[in-house]
Design a protein around this ligand. Sequence first.
Ligand SMILES: C[S@@+](CC[C@H](N)C(=O)[O-])C[C@H]1O[C@@H](n2cnc3c(N)ncnc32)[C@H](O)[C@@H]1O
Length: 298
Amino acid sequence: MDDRHIPVLHSTALDVLHPEKGESVLDVTLGLGGHASAFLKAVGDGGHLYALDADERNLIDAKKVLGEAANISLFHTNFGQLDSLDIPKVDIVFADLGLSSPHIDEGDRGFTFREDAPLDMRFDRSSGISASDFLATASEDDIAYVLRQYGEVKQSRKMAVDITNTKPKTTHDLKQSVERVCGFRAKSVLPQVFQAIRIVVNDEIAALKHLLDVGPLLLKEGGRMGVISYHSLEDRPVKQMFKTLTTPEKDDLTGAISKEAPYELVTKKPIRPSEEEISNNPRARSALFRVIRRVSKP
Ligand SMILES: C[S@@+](CC[C@H](N)C(=O)[O-])C[C@H]1O[C@@H](n2cnc3c(N)ncnc32)[C@H](O)[C@@H]1O
């Protein structure tokens, strides 16, 4: 295992998704391969691992962990384009959303205000535009909207004015902008501002919605789909989509079930990490894990 990233809810994900010998798994957020290598071991030589990551550097490092074998297929792509991959129906679809530890710890990626670096924030540096280019070209209204919508930043308008005037190029330029606007409260606002800009630069909400539309359809009968999310903007669409998929259709007049739901909830409530896991890995503290199972034939 690559010990730069401790996989969150590692044994729980395995217990609940329960990969069996010969099954196939699609991990759409490979990262450094922590969960994926455990899935691969569980499904054995007769099973198959399909995995993807938008970040090419993580994909290269994960390859070193997984090794090369005929039953591993890796893709450098965004799960927002999942429908364009030619992946057969699988037994497990798994997503562990957001950042991997190297994104934060190797500060050159621009995800953290703790290191001074070019303000990039893209998972995939071969496409899209960097955070600094976004902030240099977006309107004040758009920046205010992003800060409010994706970061719940209270002084979003004032901050958007400062950002449009100063056009931050580095993480510390952006940090100073937050400090100018928020003064002594900057420390608590900085994570929200960086989160908001990261979400828009990577178009994370649209990608997640696509994953939630396409992922369940890729499951075989009996297949399980599990998603670990880290904040309410991620968890809300997962919760809503899983509820929709697991709610039977009812007759308007009689209220009787007219069509059984094609999926069932495996986790009635989201699973959270234990206190022990959080104390060993503080990055796990906000994790929420939800799982559904396909009950009827595709
Ligand atoms: C929390 S990490 C996954 C860690 C992994 N489970 C492990 O055990 O090493 C999330 C990974 O998903 C990738 N990622 C985030 N959003 C993505 C997207 N829309 N499409 C593809 N990969 C994405 C990130 O680059 C990162 O490597």
